[in-house]
Design a protein around this ligand. Structure first.
Ligand SMILES: [Zn+2]
Length: 533
């Protein structure tokens, strides 16, 4: 499908406004061989995007293996170096976060994820094998892409799985290192704070009903956050049309090689819109079915909200624990109208709520006190780690839930305020405004920073709550679906910060040379338009 219109978001004195523009064509910001920053010659930092405002569209159909092959080939056709470059960046990230290289993680994928995916999800495994064949890469590499979000959770509990008769010899060095870290509370706290940084990943709003949305239908908006190293790969719009009789078609934001969304934004031919925000500080884990397979089966086979909630809980691993939100845009039995569901999915605790007239917000924590206080380890939050005052503070802190100086606390308060302010008027334009919000309740002023709904970590020297000053991290996309777009299996998508503020690698490195080892792998986020997926 072609992009039929483009929107720009502009900053004005009265705040941020979105307006409709006539379609404009944007040049790709980088071209192979012409990137603006130093890079290795073997890498191509930008996939060819068919001029889709930064996105790469991939449509695959047919049987699992066949559609996988097509997926791999389409990525390679757009950019022959895309996967090579992606694994180089992942390797760099793994070394920065864990001190271990990507080969170690391929090994974990082969030992611990390959058997469960192959046995429990044979069709998904076939699709992964197809992607590997189509792209000319290894199956363990495709598995790694798809369990990338699960790895920090698994890694925090690694000893339980490698210090066993089967693996004790193979992983002897890792066991030695992990035992040393676990024995030292300071080392454990520092390492877990690094793993935990990964879990603070997005802002989300889903609303329905006459008191909340303009037309009473569902409106859902989501913006992803992460460091700009792995962010750059989430620019794939993946449309999957399984063969006749094998479930629903689906369209989602994804990454090259993905069999699920990962950032999580999708619509399906069952009329369901789905998204989530991760739960920061979550630390309950049991290696069972990975989230990539559980949510993919929801998308492909789920016809009702209840089926989604059920499938997510079946053989749940606690990996990538999220506050999931699903909207059923169809009128089902009884003429009740569209309905939305929030599933706060812990490991042993799950909180499910539904409404036909209400709003759910996502800010990387839960309303459920059991998940927040039992399954989220307060000490794991880097924010809480520096401000911990003992067990008595758990309910007051709870991974920043009530603390407006934290990203979670500020975004909870601000999203509650904004949805209240716009109640009864929420539509796609209002959603753009909400997700581009820069109000800091701790400072009492507008200040784009780490704690704002539209997150800007890279401009934050610490006054906005950044634990690491000027880290190239922040909000890098916006996706918005409503009942009408879901019926067309479509949504609006914008690549780059929700407010439209450009990010330039060159400019950033001039001001903050402490990040210059990242420059080789970073890409610019220039101002871009919206596409209709
Ligand atoms: Zn912004």
């Amino acid at each position: 499908m072609k992009s039929i219109s483009a929107y720009n978001i502009v900053n004005t004195d009265s705040g941020i406004r979105a307006f409709l523009m006539k379609e404009t064509k944007h040049k790709r910001h980088t071209k192979p061989g012409r990137t603006r920053t130093r890079r290795r010659k073997t890498h191509s930092k930008s996939a060819k995007t068919n001029d889709d405002d930064g996105w790469l569209r991939i449509t695959i159909r047919g049987a699992p293996y066949e559609r996988g092959v097509s997926h791999g080939k389409q990525v390679i056709a757009a950019d022959p170096e895309r996967f090579t470059y992606m694994f180089t960046v992942y390797d760099f990230l793994f070394k920065q976060g864990y001190g271990r290289d990507i080969e170690f993680f391929y090994g974990l994928c082969d030992d611990f994820y390959r058997p469960v995916i192959k046995k429990r999800f044979p069709k998904i495994f076939k699709e992964m094998e197809g992607i590997a064949a189509g792209a000319g890469i290894r199956v363990c590499q495709v598995i790694l892409i798809n369990v990338y979000m699960s790895l920090p959770y698994f890694y925090a509990h690694l000893l339980r799985y490698i210090d066993t008769p089967k693996y004790r010899k193979k992983y002897a060095d890792v066991i030695r290192d992990e035992l040393a870290i676990v024995a030292d509370p300071n080392a454990l706290s520092a390492r877990n704070a690094r793993l935990n940084e990964f879990k603070d990943r997005c802002s989300l709003v889903m609303a329905v009903g006459e008191d909340w949305t303009k037309d009473g239908g569902i409106v859902c908006g989501h913006s992803s956050f992460t460091d700009f190293l792995d962010a750059q790969f989430s620019n794939v719009i993946l449309r999957i049309e399984p063969e006749e009789g094998d479930g629903c078609a689906m369209v989602m934001q994804s990454a090259p090689g993905g069999v699920w969304s990962m950032t999580d934004f999708f619509v399906t031919s069952a009329g369901i819109i789905g998204s989530e925000t991760t739960i920061r500080g979550f630390n309950a884990f049991k290696l069972r079915d990975p989230i990539c397979c559980r949510i993919r089966e929801c998308m492909q086979y789920g016809k009702t909200l209840e089926e989604y909630a059920e499938r997510l809980q079946k053989r749940n691993s606690g990996d990538y624990a999220c506050s999931w939100m699903f909207g059923d845009t169809r009128n089902r039995g009884g003429g009740g109208g569209p309905r939305i569901m929030r599933v706060e999915l812990g490991l042993n605790y799950v909180n499910v709520e539904t409404t036909r007239n209400g709003v759910f917000i996502g800010f990387n924590s839960t309303y459920d006190e059991r998940i927040r206080n039992i399954e989220c380890t307060d000490a794991l939050s880097s924010k809480a780690a520096t401000g911990a005052t003992g067990a008595g503070a758990i309910d007051a802190g709870g991974s920043g839930w009530r603390d407006v100086s934290s990203s979670i606390g500020n975004r909870r308060v601000q999203l509650e305020k904004l949805t209240e302010k716009y109640h009864g008027r929420i539509d796609t334009d209002v959603m753009k405004r909400i997700l581009a919000d820069h109000y800091d309740n701790h400072l009492g002023k507008t200040a784009p920073n780490t704690r704002t709904v539209c997150k800007h970590g890279y401009t934050d020297g610490g006054e906005g709550g950044a634990t690491i000053p000027y880290k190239p991290v922040g909000a890098y996309d916006t996706k918005i679906a409503d009942s009408a777009s879901a019926k067309r299996m479509s949504f609006l998508a914008h690549w780059g910060p929700p407010c439209g503020t450009p990010f330039s690698v060159k400019e950033h490195m001039k001001k903050h040379p402490e990040w210059k080892d990242w420059a080789e792998y970073l890409v610019d986020f220039p101002r871009r338009g919206w596409i209709n997926v």
